[in-house]
Design a protein around this ligand. Structure first.
Ligand code: DAH
Length: 344
């Protein structure tokens, strides 16, 4: 029996020498040390031994088991180490490699100008109002004193969705919506930035979609001089403290009187250059005293209250402020163009 055990030890150790992976190792562990393994098989014969022989053989059996286990364990450890090593190699990161550069976005020049204009008017106590881009004929035209068949409707080529629904052609409908919301309360002091739509063919100075900022003030004793002072304050903060304005008589159905506002040329300061076509002035917005009919339609008594309103094109302001030569630059996502306005 002792010889059998010695032979088993020899055979097991020989086989373990040639083991190549964990699977083979486990197979051999089962084969030699498992419950139905070779060692157990031999030990079954122990019952036939004499009382003196039994402890001797028992000790040999334990030694054989121990020797085999030891080899299995050390092999196991070696396999594990090799496995870990392999993984480490595969997952190795070279921290000295230069990183991949992330491009950082910036704020769009139009949004930048809108934010700046908002800041200026918030500083004068205005609130920001909003309205829908899909608008009804009533708010976009009728309540602004442009009844159906009014000739001034020709001034704005409109995208109609149905006969009553359209893409707003101006931010002026927010005047009416604001008045309705305020329910006759004063003062009303809002500006409303937003997109507007017109059936224009796109070119260097026209776009079927652009941005406007509307302004509306209603209260008691609001006068034309308040309008003029407000606009002067605005342009001086926007274009520089030496900027001057002039008001030219004009016509809008929702204001009476109406005016167009020019600023001294942002390039030459008024002495005359190509940008201002040698006039010294640049047109920047339309404005006027809110028409009594518009006040009435918004729920304000024109005998008691008065107000002024103005509307400007954001693209136009941005073009003047930054000397941009083509409105399409704002819309075609050219990184070289946009990068110039990214926040540093
Ligand atoms: N809504 C006008 C336009 O799109 C601009 C405008 C002019 C707005 C005079 C006003 C205003 O509020 O009083 O051309």
């Amino acid at each position: 029996m002792k010889e059998k055990l010695e032979a088993l030890r020899q055979e097991a150790l020989d086989q373990l020498q040639g083991v190549e992976d964990v699977q083979q190792l486990n197979d051999l562990r089962v084969k030699y040390l498992g419950k139905k393994g070779a060692l157990t098989e031999i030990l079954r014969g122990m019952g036939a031994l004499s009382a003196e022989e039994r402890p001797v053989i028992g000790q040999v059996a334990n030694e054989v088991r121990g020797a085999i286990e030891e080899v299995i364990e050390s092999k196991q450890e070696a396999f594990q180490k090799a496995e870990t090593e392999k993984r480490l190699q595969a997952e190795k990161i070279d921290v000295t490699l230069p990183g991949r550069k992330m491009t950082q976005g910036g704020i769009h020049p139009l949004n930048k100008v809108i934010e700046e204009i908002e800041e200026i008017f918030i500083g004068m106590g205005y609130h920001i109002a909003e309205g829908p881009e899909v608008e009804t004929d009533y708010y976009n035209f009728e309540a602004l004193n442009l009844p159906k068949n009014h000739p001034a409707r020709d001034m704005q080529d409109t995208f109609y969705i149905t006969e009553e629904l359209l893409m707003r052609t101006q931010t002026s409908p927010v005047q009416i919506r604001t008045m309705e919301k305020m329910q006759g309360e004063v003062p009303v002091k809002i500006i409303c930035p937003g997109k507007v739509y017109r059936r224009d063919d796109d070119d260097a100075t026209h776009s079927f979609q652009f941005n406007q900022i509307e302004g509306l003030v209603i209260g008691e004793n609001i006068r034309m001089s308040d309008l003029k002072g407000t606009l002067l304050q605005f342009v001086q903060e926007m274009f520089g403290p030496s900027t001057q304005i002039r008001l030219r008589p004009s016509f809008f159905p929702f204001t009476e009187p109406s005016a167009e506002v020019d600023v001294t040329c942002v390039k030459c300061g008024g002495s005359g250059c190509r940008m201002c076509k040698h006039t010294g002035w640049l047109e920047i917005l339309g404005c006027g005293m809110v028409h009594p009919k518009v006040l009435e339609m918004g729920g304000y008594d024109p005998e008691k209250y008065s107000g002024f309103a103005f509307g400007m094109g954001v693209e136009r302001i941005a073009i003047l402020k930054y000397g941009i030569d083509d409105i399409r630059h704002f819309y075609n996502s050219d990184m070289a163009f946009l990068k110039q306005f990214a926040r540093k």
